[in-house]
Write a protein that binds this ligand. Sequence first.
Ligand SMILES: Cc1cc2nc3c(=O)[nH]c(=O)nc-3n(C[C@H](O)[C@H](O)[C@H](O)COP(=O)(O)OP(=O)(O)OC[C@H]3O[C@@H](n4cnc5c(N)ncnc54)[C@H](O)[C@@H]3O)c2cc1C
Length: 384
Amino acid sequence: MEDKSVLVLGGGVGGVVTAVELRKKLPRRHKIVLIDREAQHVFAPSLLWLMVGLRKATRISRPLDLLRKKGIEVVHGEIERIEPESRKVTAGGQSFSGDYLVVSLGADLAPDAVPGLSEAGHNFYTLKGAEALHEALESFQGSRVVVLTAAPAYKCPAAPYEAAMLIDSYLRRRNGSRPLSVDLYAAEPGPMRTAGMEASKGVEQLIKAKGIAYHPEHQVVSVDAKARRIRFANGTEAEYDLLAYVPPHRAPRVIKESGLVDDSGWVPVDRQTMQTRFSGVYAVGDVTTIPLKMGKPLPKAGFFAHAQAEVVVKNIAHSVTGKGAPAAFDGAGECFIEIGGGKAGIGRGNFFAEPSPTVKVYPARWKWHAAKVLFEKFWLWKWF
Ligand SMILES: Cc1cc2nc3c(=O)[nH]c(=O)nc-3n(C[C@H](O)[C@H](O)[C@H](O)COP(=O)(O)OP(=O)(O)OC[C@H]3O[C@@H](n4cnc5c(N)ncnc54)[C@H](O)[C@@H]3O)c2cc1C
């Protein structure tokens, strides 16, 4: 058997699971190289806790270099070029080539696509932005908080809804009976619509029960940071004292230039094997697009990136060693929905169900919050 090499592009959820699991399945003479521009892997679900002071950056981050002790080559550098036909990659000025390529470069965040947005508010989808939001919440003296989704599709469709509920709980506990309004302006027509109407209604009930005013189908067009005013495409405006937002997403530039994307701007894959149209090239996680019968693509979420990576690992290992059995991604998914006060709901179901995903949202309980805390600890322990 020839020695093989696998290039794993990205050290986020999909990349780390691929590299670590593949290392367990492939004999050491086969090389696994993971490339990322960041030195640290951040457990993104915990950014919501960090934002309300329940976590520090060090507790939810791990150096990617720790993967070296597992037998994975870790390269730090910007991936500048991907040639899928020859499976060649240029990163940090160096050239790499692989028998297999697993692309897990996630979604780039583009706050600058909305005039005024980045100066006006806090992008809690990044570690820096979530830290800045925490500082702003700690010293908040105003009364009007707006949580905004700047485009209708974004990773972790529950996150802005959770953010609104966590901010509401945090400020009510901290500021007592001082007047407070939390408004959620969403570009989409309803929460988590890709999970089906039942799940969407379930999340809407959670936020309404908290007294959060919900304004769906409000597509932001610009924000005036000085006047603290948001303008929407439907002609309405909203004022705020503190703005927390989810920015528009787009595929990383290097992906767009690689010829891997289709008209959606994301990477189409076989929905069972995650293979792209290029032989030996797979893509997992947020960078991919998987159309669903209901007319929208599979939502972007770590749960899916993880499950898809496990499928790719089994299939690459089977093709290299002939051992194990090939696997298929089945569209099953779940996510916790934090509501504050130490409670969370959970949404769970089959996103490949037709004609529409069948996802059920279970009521908020302390046990789901405890399960998310355990999952965070387990994640950081298992992979690093
Ligand atoms: C606040 C928040 C809460 C969330 N909560 C949940 C949750 O509860 N449940 C859930 O399932 N999902 C959740 N998610 C979503 C989840 O984090 C993502 O869906 C998941 O990380 C996707 O994994 P990925 O491997 O596709 O991409 P990522 O994890 O984003 O990894 C992409 C990696 O590629 C690297 N990269 C990109 N471009 C380049 C380049 N040109 N050169 C070098 N490196 C590059 C990046 O540095 C990054 O490390 C949440 C996300 C956020 C922001």
